[in-house]
Design a protein around this ligand. Structure first.
Ligand code: EQ3
Length: 324
């Protein structure tokens, strides 16, 4: 039984609980711009203070240095306007350039602004600003998320700011080379996972921990697909490589446990749960993750979905309740 993209997307789908993150993101988008920026500030001061400075190599921020300094020189009212423009995805020169930044450059840009806002060099959120009741309720929901989910919410919001580049995709500049300096040397460890004997997922985790994306992507079949959390599948080795280079540098994968099902034609379904650390937060925050692999009979990855777990209990509860 050969997998289709659709059938592969559905494997083990019944074993995970729905994540609260998409609901939180859609509630956030219904808030006023003032509330959005204030809520982000409060959420950031709860979680963001554990960002590791090591994540930002000096060279990687060179690209945005000019724009950041331009904002720093502006009068406070203009600085606030720039932030509003980014939040409402306006078509202005700064918001347009921001829209084409890579994910890590967008995060680094706001990280610098946050530092300056804390110092008072860039207009802070007014201390007497009163968030609406909806914003306060949403803030409570964010506080109830685990640390890994909180940083995912912050990241998704920051990535969706700025002019939407899909409106004029032809203008996209060359992709930037954002290098993360790992605080720990890359791992050369052999990985073992309880319940997983198949070498493909194990080699995948080892390659990812070495930032060896060529080796990781070679494990996929040529038209294989990778589905990041809350996104559509990325299909084909070339597209996956481009994505990994931008998004997966410096990640540390710590798979813990898995289940394997072998199908009559020799293809396999595997679900592995574990923790992932991002270089932005190092050891301070670990995200609870599931990888759902569909392997073809040759042992190549036809599909892998990366899911954020709704609760830490799902790390050990791999099967649906009726099977336990
Ligand atoms: C200034 C302030 C605070 C207020 C202002 O009003 C508005 C804004 C926006 C502000 C600034 C906010 C800031 C600075 C936010 C910074 C947030 C950061 C640095 C968040 C980083 C999050 C990183 C995450 C969630 C990484 C997740 C990575 C995952 C899940 C990786 C998964 C993968 C695996 C496991 C694979 O096997 C394949 C690859 C893939 C990447 C999919």
């Amino acid at each position: 039984m050969a997998f289709t993209l659709e059938s592969a997307q559905a494997i083990f789908a019944e074993t995970g609980k729905p994540s609260p993150i998409p609901g939180i993101l859609s509630d956030f988008n219904r808030l006023s711009l003032e509330d959005r920026l204030a809520l982000l500030w409060y959420a950031y001061t709860e979680t963001g203070r554990t960002i590791t400075r090591a994540a930002l190599g000096a060279a990687s921020m060179a690209l945005v240095e000019g724009m950041l300094n331009q904002i720093k020189q502006m009068p406070p009212a203009e600085q606030t306007r720039v932030m509003f423009d980014l939040a409402r995805r306006a078509d202005t020169p700064i918001s347009r350039s921001y829209g084409y930044f890579s994910a890590n450059t967008k995060l680094g840009f706001w990280y610098q602004l946050a530092e300056w806002m804390a110092q008072g060099t860039v207009a802070p959120i007014p201390t007497n600003y009163q968030m609406s009741t909806d914003a306060q309720l949403l803030f409570e929901s964010i506080k109830n998320l685990d640390g890994g989910q909180q940083i995912q919410v912050l990241r998704d919001i920051v990535l969706n700011m700025g002019f939407d580049p899909s409106v004029v995709p032809d203008e996209a500049p060359e992709s930037e080379d954002f290098q993360f300096e790992r605080t720990e040397p890359v791992s050369t460890e052999r990985i073992t996972v309880k319940g997983v004997d198949d070498p493909t997922p194990l080699r995948y985790f080892e390659a990812m921990n070495r930032d060896d994306f060529a080796a990781a992507v070679a494990l996929f079949e040529p038209e294989g697909a990778l589905q990041p959390p809350f996104q559509k599948p990325i299909v084909g080795r070339e597209a996956i490589t481009t994505y990994m280079r931008e998004e997966a540098q410096g990640l540390t994968m710590m798979p813990i446990e898995g289940i394997t099902e072998v199908l009559p034609d020799g293809s396999k379904k595997l679900k592995v749960t574990g923790k992932v650390q991002t270089p932005w937060f190092g050891v301070n925050v670990a995200m609870n993750i599931a990888w759902r692999f569909a392997l073809n009979p040759k042992g190549e990855i036809f599909f892998v979905a990366i899911d954020m777990l709704a609760s830490p209990e799902e790390l050990v509860n791999l099967r649906p309740p009726s099977y336990r």
